[in-house]
Design a protein around this ligand. Structure first.
Ligand SMILES: Nc1ncnc2c1ncn2[C@@H]1O[C@H](COP(=O)(O)OP(=O)(O)OP(=O)(O)O)[C@@H](O)[C@H]1O
Length: 293
C-alpha cells in the first residue's frame, strides 16, 4: 500500500492555488491521473519521485517513509525505488541502449538487461545509440530503463503522447502486458481517454489541485454507467439523416465506424463530441463522455 498525503502551494495561470491530495494506492494497481492542463498531475508525480518537495505531508511506500514533513524525512530521488518515463524519453544520447539500462541498475546484470530488452522487443538494438532509433523504439527503451531500476512504483507522465496512433496503440498493449507480468504499482498521467480505458484499474480526476472524483474509468469518465461486451472511445465526425433515421460517423483510432443514433441520442450528441461506442448483443449504442471543464 502506498499512502500519499501531500499539499503544496502552486502558482498557476490564474494565480496561486493549493495542491492538496490524500489517497492511497494498492500494490499492483494501475492508477490514472486525469484532469485539465495545469491541475497538478506532473507536480504530484515529481513529488513522488523526490524531484519536488511538498510543503507538508506524508509519502509512505509499504513500511518505508519517503517523505514526512513532521519527522523531516525527505529521501532523495536515488533512494526512492521509482521508474519514471516522461513524454520526451530522456535517454542518455552518449550511451547505447544497453548502457542506458545498465546505468539505471544498482547491480549491472547482463541477463536482466537482455530479458528487459526482450520484453520490449528491442534485444537486437542493444548496441545502438538513441538517436538512431524511432520515437516508439526510444520510448520502449525508456520503459525498459524504468523497469531496470526494479522500482516499487512506475510513474508514466504522458509517455505515449508524442507517438502516432498506431505505435501508441501497440505500446499501450505492451504497457498492459508489462503490468500484468510485473504487477508493478503504476501511476499514469494521460489525456487520452481511450488509453485510460484500456490501461487503468482506477482513475483519479483532479481539478485545481484537488481530487474531484475517483473510481473505475467508466465511473469517472462516463456520464452514465453502462455494461457492455466491448467498447471503444471515438469522436463524432458527422451526423447524417437517412430517411427517418440518423447515423453518426465516429472516428475510432484510424477507423471510421457508422452507428445508428436513437431518438434519445439526437439532442445530446453533436459533431466533435467524444463518445463511447459499446455493444451488447450486437446492438451498438453510443454514450457521450464527460467533457473536461
Ligand atoms: N514548484 C512550483 N512552484 C509553483 N508553481 C508550480 C511549481 N511547479 C509547477 N507549478 C505550477 O503548478 C501548475 C500545475 O503544473 P503541473 O505541471 O503539475 O500541471 P499538469 O496537470 O501536469 O499539466 P499538463 O497536463 O499541462 O502537463 C502549473 O500552473 C505550474 O506552473
Amino acid at each position: 500500500m502506498i499512502i500519499i498525503e501531500v499539499s503544496k502551494e502552486l502558482i498557476g495561470a490564474g494565480g496561486k492555488f493549493k495542491l492538496e491530495l490524500s489517497f492511497s494506492v494498492r500494490k499492483g494497481e494501475f492508477l490514472c491521473l486525469f484532469g485539465q492542463s495545469g491541475c497538478g498531475k506532473t507536480t504530484l508525480l515529481r513529488m513522488l519521485a523526490g524531484l519536488e518537495k511538498p510543503d507538508a505531508g506524508l509519502i509512505k511506500v509499504g513500511e518505508k517513509i519517503w517523505f514526512d514533513s513532521q519527522q523531516k524525512i525527505n529521501l532523495p530521488p536515488q533512494k526512492r525505488k521509482i521508474g519514471f518515463v516522461f513524454q520526451n524519453y530522456s535517454l542518455f544520447p552518449n550511451m547505447t541502449v544497453a548502457e542506458n539500462l545498465a546505468y539505471a541498475m544498482d547491480k549491472k546484470d547482463k541477463q536482466t538487461i537482455t530479458r528487459l530488452l526482450e520484453t520490449v522487443e528491442l534485444a537486437e538494438l542493444a548496441n545502438r545509440y538513441p538517436n538512431t532509433l524511432s520515437g516508439g523504439q526510444q520510448q520502449r527503451v525508456a520503459v525498459a530503463r524504468a523497469l531496470a531500476r526494479d522500482p516499487d512504483m512506475l510513474l508514466l507522465d504522458e509517455p505515449l503522447s508524442a507517438l502516432d496512433m498506431h505505435i501508441r496503440s501497440k505500446l499501450q498493449e505492451e504497457l498492459k502486458s508489462i503490468h500484468e507480468q510485473f504487477q508493478l504499482t503504476t501511476l499514469l498521467v494521460s489525456h487520452d481517454k481511450q488509453e485510460v480505458f484500456k490501461l487503468a484499474n482506477r482513475v483519479i480526476r483532479l481539478e485545481n489541485g484537488k481530487m474531484i472524483k475517483s473510481g473505475s474509468p467508466k465511473e469517472v469518465l462516463l456520464t452514465k454507467n453502462i455494461s457492455a461486451k466491448y467498447s471503444f472511445i471515438g469522436t463524432v465526425v458527422e451526423i447524417v439523416k437517412i430517411d427517418l433515421m440518423y447515423s453518426a460517423a465516429i472516428s475510432i483510432g484510424s477507423e471510421i465506424v457508422q452507428v445508428v443514433l436513437t431518438r434519445h441520442d439526437i439532442p445530446d450528441i453533436q459533431v466533435g463530441d467524444e463518445v463511447l461506442v459499446a455493444s451488447k448483443a450486437f446492438n451498438p449504442i453510443i454514450k457521450k463522455i464527460q467533457q473536461l471543464a
